[in-house]
Structure formats: structure tokens, C-alpha cells
Write a protein that binds this ligand. Structure first.
Ligand code: MN
Length: 320
């Protein structure tokens, strides 16, 4: 039995979902299966090619639904799991008992382990640690920004490596390890250790730059790093450096886009009434009420900067 597992690429929850699904399948269906993993990314237009589903069984975890008749298992927890109303309808009509949607779950990893336990009598107490951390990381439920920014825990170190990998063979190699070994042991593997150290050095450098460039005023921290050669950065850095910040607005630029990231500080108790998704939608972006973003073409830096400044001003007024 050849099982193809497609998972959300470069995402801790995506990789952990594939690991938990593997153990679930071995326990609930057959231990004699051969697993093949493939990471999927969000992109415009068609998400899946039919050739993705080349197993005797084909699963998708932590990623959008596909109405392909070749898809036999599906687990997702994203609000936007269905690309079209036709896909949602196709799922609604499914009677296989093998496709599951849990938008109330913070992580797909926890969702798979929950469905496994409640419907298939699947138990794997050695995976509790993995499930716990996937929920914490994917749900951004950290007790304080130190856990997310200082990355002293094995899980957060592995997450940094997973999120930054450019090697398509890395996660297919790591998933069976996540499925069977404790996180501390995985974090100390030379391949993980070395990548983490390199990435963490970069992360510290990024933090220095943000510290120098950030402007905190009226409860909003504004960061313009568009002259730097890094695009995204750990979104908790501004709150780690500036706990008084209620909101953050960051302008960055890469070869692909100019990005304005807008977020709110989950550890600052000040009431937050702004809906950041609605604010970003006005400029062609979107997201969630508490974290949202706008992407512009890479040649529109000036417009990006004026949008970022306008949003910063609006949020400061909101807090007055
Ligand atoms: Mn997820």
C-alpha cells in the first residue's frame, strides 16, 4: 500500500499533521504502508495537479480541499479551506467518513489526533508533546513573547528550521522522525542544530535592526525595513522589544513584493477595537481581525510606505 501524504509546506503544524496522520494511518488502517510526502504551497489559480495524487491512498493534511476522486483522506482546520463553493458542496456530500473539517481547532495536528481518538480508537501518548506544541505554535498561544522570540524550546527551534527550509527533500525526511522521536532529540540532530544556529544568528541580527528602526508612538510601533534584504521576520519581535505597543505596522520589500504587515499585541491588555482585516481590505489586502497584511508589486515601495503610514496614523487615532 502506497500512501501519498500532501501537507502544508514550510509550516510546523503542516509537518506535524503529516507525522500524526502517518501514525494514525498505521494504527487505524494498516501498519504495512509505504509513505510518500509532498509539501504544498498556496498560489494563485490551480492548487493541485492530478499527478499529486499518485498513491493507492492520497491524503491532504492542513491544506485546502480537493474534489479529486483520487483524494481518499482529508483533514484541515483553516477557515478558508474551500477554494470554491463547489468544493464546499462536494465536501458536504462526501459520505466516505474519511474527510474532516475542524475550523474550531487551533492546529490541524490536534484535530487529526482528536478525530483519531474519538472515531478510530487511535492512541499515541508519545505524540502528546508534538500535538501540544503544534497547537501552541499554529494558534500563537504563547504565554509571553519570550517563548516565541528567544526560542529556547526544542519545538520552537525545529519550527524555525521548518519555516525556513528551501530543500524540498528536507521535510519528507523529517516527518517520519517527528512521528517517532521526542522533540529534544530531534532538535539536537546535527542537521537541525546547524540550520537552527545559522537561522538564529540571522534572527538576532534582524532583531537589532528592528530595535534601531522601530518608532513607538501612541501605542503603535511602526517599522520600515524596506531597505533591508530580508522580507518577513518573526512577527512577535516588535512586542518582545516594545511590550507597550498595542499594534504594529511593518513595511518590508523582497523581489516578489512590497509587504505591509499589521498586527496587534496579544500580550498587551489594552482593548483593541480595530479590525485589521477590514483596514487592510481597503488597500487590497486581508487576513484576520487581529493580524492582516497587504502585498503590493515590488516596484510600488512609495505607495506601500504611504499606505503603512496612513494605517499607523489611523491606529494611533483609534487608541487616543
Ligand atoms: Mn495549520
Amino acid at each position: 500500500m502506497r500512501v501519498r501524504v500532501c501537507f502544508h509546506n514550510r509550516c510546523f503544524d503542516g509537518a506535524c499533521s503529516a507525522a500524526v496522520f502517518t501514525r494514525f494511518y498505521q494504527s487505524a488502517v494498516t501498519p504495512q504502508a509505504e509513505f510518500h510526502y509532498r509539501g504544498l504551497i498556496h498560489r494563485a489559480g490551480q492548487l493541485f495537479e492530478e499527478s499529486c495524487f499518485d498513491g493507492d491512498e492520497n491524503a491532504i493534511v492542513d491544506f485546502k480541499y480537493s474534489s479529486s476522486p483520487r483524494l481518499t483522506w482529508w483533514f484541515d482546520h483553516h477557515q478558508s479551506a474551500f477554494l470554491t463553493p463547489a468544493d464546499a458542496e462536494h465536501f458536504r456530500r462526501d459520505r466516505s467518513g474519511r474527510k474532516f473539517f475542524g475550523p474550531e481547532f487551533l492546529s490541524c495536528t490536534k484535530f487529526i489526533s482528536h478525530i483519531g481518538a474519538t472515531r478510530f480508537n487511535f492512541q499515541a501518548p508519545d505524540l502528546n508533546e508534538l500535538v501540544y506544541w503544534a497547537d501552541l505554535i499554529d494558534g500563537a498561544q504563547y504565554a509571553d513573547p519570550k517563548v516565541a522570540v528567544e526560542m529556547r524550546d526544542a519545538a520552537t527551534q525545529i519550527a524555525l528550521v521548518i519555516e525556513s527550509t528551501a530543500d524540498p527533500a528536507f521535510l519528507p525526511r523529517l516527518i517520519p522522525v517527528l512521528a517517532t522521536k521526542p522533540l529534544a532529540e530531534i532538535a539536537s540532530l546535527p542537521e537541525i542544530r546547524q540550520s537552527f544556529e545559522r537561522l538564529y544568528t540571522q534572527h538576532l541580527r534582524t532583531m537589532d535592526i528592528i530595535r534601531q528602526k522601530a518608532e513607538l508612538r501612541g501605542g503603535v510601533v511602526f517599522v520600515d525595513v524596506s531597505d533591508q534584504d530580508f522580507e518577513g521576520f518573526n512577527k512577535f519581535i516588535p512586542y518582545y522589544l516594545f511590550p507597550e505597543a498595542v499594534y504594529s505596522v511593518a513595511l518590508s520589500r523582497s523581489d516578489e513584493r512590497v509587504k505591509i504587515a499589521v498586527g496587534s499585541n496579544p500580550w498587551n491588555p489594552t482593548p483593541k477595537n480595530a479590525n485589521l482585516a477590514s483596514i487592510c481590505e481597503r488597500f487590497g489586502g486581508g487576513g484576520h481581525a487581529k493580524v492582516a497584511a497587504i502585498s503590493l508589486p515590488p516596484n510600488e515601495l512609495d505607495r506601500g510606505r504611504s499606505v503603512a503610514i496612513a494605517i499607523t496614523r489611523q491606529l494611533r487615532i483609534e487608541l487616543e
